[in-house]
Design a protein around this ligand. Structure first.
Ligand code: FE2
Ligand code: FE2
Length: 499
């Protein structure tokens, strides 16, 4: 029997809208779930997904991908790379799995919303595959770290992180809940797949895969590049939605969703991916700096895509580009300093050789961030490690849920962007963070960041120990310096060399 080519039947078979008789259209597609914004179903039927695949094709591709990644894992298991890997690299993996694995599972639900409620048949069809994508790579990112739990309990945070109130989990949940769990199908396609998956997952999965290959970690490299092949396909669901909104007089709303999603994603990645790429990854394995990755994967890519679609660059673009030199250095310093509060061991990444690299990539680093690290180094050399740990809590932004930071030294520029709303005073780390809140105050006004919870008495006893127990961090899980402070010796060495 002759088979038709896919392009001869695809459009027809996935055109699955029909006129409903026993219910009203808005009962079948409630506006709060579908988000059709008054645009008629016939228009949504013109949604043209750029990536077309049939179910049998999908299954066979996914099977190949899984067997590829699992066989690399099986083949290299005896090699026990993790046991001889640089501790900074191990921390990279542990931080990644905790921050990402369960968010993938949640993303499956977000895809499910589009699969059921999108009025565009093309979006529904792609989202079914997207749902299976997220499920596949949630499973694989839980299975791989599971093999390492025998080495260290921190690996268990791949599964545990999102079930706790660790500050990093609160920040990640707040972002993902906002863009993917609590929005209508059209907003999800724009904020999750276009705003977040187009650029940021590329950076996390391809940027890290490049470093992993350089570090000799072929298991992790093959795993995360396998994940990204899923992402890059289902990330294409947002573009056609944007085209429809723009063509139907909804450009401003589309632009606002894109701007908010990109800004919130950037802030989360400044604390997760920034420190990983510029500090935890061993120097010789660094392909590019975080800023260079951001410029390539986010700045250039979004500028091109936004203009192609007929949207504008986000209004805060200059501020965003400026922040690429600043925010993640502050986040790294903060995460290292408050290291007992994370489920991985932060690598300081500031030996003299690493500082040279940082100075080259970020001119002025030594004069600013370097001064703070000088004090830490001095205290460690003087045998006073207790002076390098936290006694107080930082001020945390009510949008990003991460500390409000600025550049130290002579250019000290830290600033709070406050806002009073319905009698409550909110603090934001930047103008765009405050703007995100102002778009839809009712959405955000009830959220309590870690400091709010502390001040309201929810965290008992109100000290560091109470905070750690509230965050669910148990002995053997709280972070400490990845290299056991051995890196400080490089400084004494330097002094000896001079002498
Ligand atoms: Fe995913
Ligand atoms: Fe995804």
């Amino acid at each position: 029997m002759a088979l038709l080519k896919r392009e001869e039947w695809y459009d027809l078979t996935r055109t699955t809208n029909w006129s409903v008789k026993y219910v009203q259209e808005d009962e079948m597609f409630p506006e709060e779930m579908s988000g059709s914004r008054g645009i008629p179903a016939e228009v949504w039927e013109t949604y043209d997904e750029p990536y077309k695949v049939s179910y049998p094709e999908y299954v066979s591709i996914q099977r190949e991908k899984d067997s590829g990644a699992y066989s690399v894992k099986a083949a290299l298991e005896r090699d026990a790379f993790v046991d001889r890997a640089d501790p900074g690299w191990v921390s990279t993996m542990i931080a990644h799995y905790g921050a990402i694995a369960l968010a993938e599972y949640a993303a499956s639900t977000a895809e499910g919303r589009m699969a059921r409620f999108a009025k565009a048949p093309g979006n529904r069809n792609m989202a079914v595959f997207g749902m299976m994508d997220e499920n596949r790579h949630a499973q694989i990112q839980l299975f791989f770290p599971h093999a390492n739990i025998k080495r260290n309990r921190q690996w268990d945070w791949a599964h545990r992180a999102y079930h706790t109130n660790s500050w990093a989990s609160i920040a990640a949940r707040s972002f993902f809940d906002d863009i993917m769990m609590t929005r209508d199908a059209v907003s999800v396609s724009i904020m999750l797949t276009f705003g977040f998956e187009t650029g940021f997952t590329n950076m996390q999965f391809l940027g890290l895969a490049a470093d992993a290959a350089e570090a000799g970690d072929h298991t992790f490299a093959s795993l995360i590049s396998s994940v990204q092949t899923d992402e890059s396909r289902h990330a294409q669901q947002g573009g056609p939605s944007l085209k429809i909104l723009i063509a139907n007089g909804k450009k401003e709303e589309a632009q606002t969703m894109v701007d908010a999603a990109i800004w919130r994603a950037w802030k989360l990645f400044s604390v997760l991916t920034g420190p990983i790429l510029d500090y935890y990854t061993p120097l010789e394995a660094r392909k590019q700096s975080f800023k260079e990755f951001m410029e390539e994967w986010i700045v250039a890519q979004f500028e091109r895509q936004l203009l192609d679609l007929g949207l504008d660059k986000p209004w805060y673009w200059d501020e965003f580009i400026r922040a690429l030199d600043e925010t993640h250095h502050g986040m790294h310093l903060g995460v290292w300093y408050w290291r007992p509060t994370v489920w991985w061991n932060p690598a300081a990444g500031v030996t003299p050789a690493e500082r040279e690299w940082l100075e080259e990539k970020y001119p002025g680093w030594n004069e600013t961030w370097g001064q703070c690290w000088d004090v830490i180094v001095e205290n460690l050399q003087d045998g006073k490690p207790e002076l390098t740990g936290p006694e107080t809590l930082p001020t945390i932004c009510n949008m990003s849920n991460i500390p409000i930071v600025g550049t130290p030294g002579n250019g000290w520029n830290v600033k709070d962007y406050p806002l009073e709303y319905e009698g409550r005073l909110y603090h934001f780390g930047s103008e765009p963070d405050r703007w995100c809140f102002q778009i839809d105050p009712d959405r955000y006004k009830g959220h309590m960041n870690f400091i709010d919870r502390f001040l309201s008495g929810e965290i008992q006893p109100p000290d560091l120990a109470g905070g750690l127990s509230y965050m669910g961090l148990r002995p053997g899980e709280m972070g400490d310096d990845a290299h056991g402070y051995a890196w400080v010796e490089a400084y004494s060495q330097k002094i000896d060399d001079v002498a």
